[in-house]
Design a protein around this ligand. Structure first.
Ligand code: AMP
Ligand code: ZN
Length: 458
């Protein structure tokens, strides 16, 4: 299956061919671990998780190496540690663990590698030494800076003009830069802040150099695909390119992919605006991880996605329909099946998850109308294989419906059991009354050879 991907660098959708199909490399900028991630921050790990799954299907599980870092040294982390009067590691380890729990709840597979920035400071220092030796960086009182004039291509990813680059490049405390667009590779040590010794003076790394060093050390460049949110194109990814390509003399990444913003009432979700909701809060409200994941994948990854309760309700209704199809075929053993090609083609077309969702719905229809046992087994197998590639339908269907009814599920179980007893006793008026009572609670009872099951009414 030929995968095509939109490459931010060329601004085109292109066929994807890895440099070495036996070692496909993917890097996605990970979180700065100082606080809870919001649901907008969860969009990149979920989107690139689908890409990871698609690449593994295409090139083999062992052939794909996916690295997603933890930025565990940064101004915001230092500020949080000082505010709470606790060691930095206490903050970073705690929020790393929380990030792992949250992404796991959203069905995100663990990346192959999850490097921490603080474990690569030596690599960052070596890279900065290389840039200094090449005359592409210079030392100043406040730190070591990359000289954008040293990179003739600077601005090629974001397509910004020199004037646009200059605007907004002012950073507090960096008054001794030679050019407004120059950016910090290293920040001179300040009292009370963590610092590392280096030949060019004690200090700590800037954010951009972290990713450049981790990519080189963990994967080696050029990597096949580099991803992140659209807000990282400039300055973060532009600066990663400038540093790495100037130091190594070859491309950092062949394909650059960026997900669009998650918004609320059309405004970007962000901590600074204050319009945030976290995966944790949504789980506490009773939404299931797969529902949140489905909602995140309901728009194409490059398009904006406006978050709302309605979006979650629609996601739950779609998943209920798929789980309903699996539940109806509870007594049928799924055939060993591959995900059907129409479904895989949708994902291979620049991760077109809305089209893939439509294909899943068609597979559920096929499962619902299949009559012969062999057709039912095949339809169930295909539906499950496709769903697993999207990272959904991982739950037992009965558990799925129970969980989405929360505490009410126990009461529903009791009514269903009473109805079974009434039927056994041939007390049909009572059995009908119980069916109506369940229907009033939005529950449909399904009687099958191995007993009665229930689900949310569609
Ligand atoms: P940050 O913690 O701000 O560095 O963001 C972590 C990741 O989340 C980056 O890849 C950002 O591009 C991405 N991101 C932040 N806010 C949003 C949003 N509202 N919608 C989609 N992605 C976002
Ligand atoms: Zn990065």
């Amino acid at each position: 299956m030929q995968i095509t991907l939109t490459n931010t660098l060329t601004r085109r959708k292109e066929p994807f061919t890895p440099a070495d199909p036996s070692r496909v490399t993917l890097y996605v900028c990970g979180p700065t671990v100082y606080s809870y991630a919001h649901i907008g921050n969860a969009r990149p790990p979920v989107v690139f998780d689908v890409l990871f799954r698609l690449l593994r299907l295409t090139y083999g599980e062992r052939a794909v190496i996916y690295a997603r870092n933890y930025t565990d040294i940064d101004d915001r982390i230092i500020a949080a540690a000082m505010a709470g009067n606790v060691p930095i590691e206490e903050i970073t380890r705690k929020f790393e663990r929380i990030y792992e729990e949250d992404t796991r709840a959203l069905g995100v597979l663990s990346p192959t590698l999850t490097p921490r920035a603080t474990a690569h400071v030596d690599d960052m220092i070596a890279l900065i030494e290389q840039l200094l030796a090449k005359g592409a960086a210079y030392r100043a009182e406040t730190g070591v800076y990359f000289s954008v004039g040293a990179d003739g291509d600077y601005g090629k990813l974001s397509g910004r003009s020199q004037d646009e680059l200059k605007a907004g490049a002012r950073v507090e405390g960096e008054d001794d830069k030679r050019h407004p667009s120059d950016f910090a590779l290293w920040k001179t040590a300040k009292p009370g802040e963590p610092s590392w010794e280096a030949s060019f003076g004690a200090g700590r790394p800037g954010w951009h150099i972290e990713c450049s060093a981790m990519i080189e050390s963990e994967l080696g460049s050029p990597i096949d695909i580099h991803g992140g949110g659209i807000d990282l194109i400039f300055p973060h990814h532009e600066n990663e390119i400038a540093q790495s390509e100037t130091a190594h003399g070859h491309a950092l990444a062949r394909v650059w992919m960026h997900n669009g913003f998650l918004t609320m009432d059309k405004e970007k979700m962000s901590k600074s605006v204050g319009n945030i909701i976290t995966p944790r809060e949504l789980l506490e409200q009773g939404w299931q991880g797969e529902t949140i994941r489905w909602a995140l994948l309901s728009a194409h990854y490059r398009a904006p996605l406006d978050w709302s309760d309605d979006l979650l309700k629609q996601a739950q209704a779609s998943l209920d329909r798929l789980y309903g199809a699996v539940l109806r075929l509870k007594d049928v053993t799924a055939a060993e099946a591959a995900a059907p090609s129409a479904f895989v083609e949708a994902l291979a077309d620049d991760l077109n998850t809305p089209a893939a969702i439509a294909e899943l719905s068609a597979l559920a229809t096929a499962a619902n109308i299949a009559k012969k046992p062999a057709d039912q087994a095949k339809a169930k197998g295909e539906l499950l294989a496709a769903a697993h590639l999207m990272g959904v339908l991982r739950e037992d269907p009965e558990h799925w419906f129970r969980a989405s009814f929360g505490e009410q599920a126990v009461e529903i179980d009791r009514l269903v059991a009473e109805r079974v007893a009434a039927r056994v006793a041939k007390n049909y008026p009572e059995s009908d009354r119980l069916r109506d009572e369940l229907a009033a609670r939005g529950v449909e009872v399904m009687d099958g050879p191995s007993g009665s099951t229930w689900r949310r009414k569609g």
